[in-house]
Design a protein around this ligand. Structure first.
Ligand SMILES: [Zn+2]
Length: 63
């Protein structure tokens, strides 16, 4: 068994997991029927009433 090879394979699996996670929204961003930023009514699956609210919300959560 080549230990270096085994390490490369596990790193590759971790990288793939990170890549697939990066395409998901964070768990808090679930459609509730209200804009997650300002609280206005929106139709699911929308989570914000406009892109400005989404951008501001993302800024808050990226901090
Ligand atoms: Zn809004």
């Amino acid at each position: 068994m080549d230990e270096a090879d085994a390490t490369d394979r596990s790193m590759e699996m971790i990288n793939k997991a990170n890549l697939s996670n990066s395409h998901r929204w964070v768990p808090e961003a679930v459609p509730t029927g209200d804009c997650l930023f300002c609280g206005d009514v929106v139709m699911p699956p929308r989570r914000w009433c406009n892109s400005q609210c989404r951008d501001d919300w993302e800024k808050d959560y990226a901090a």
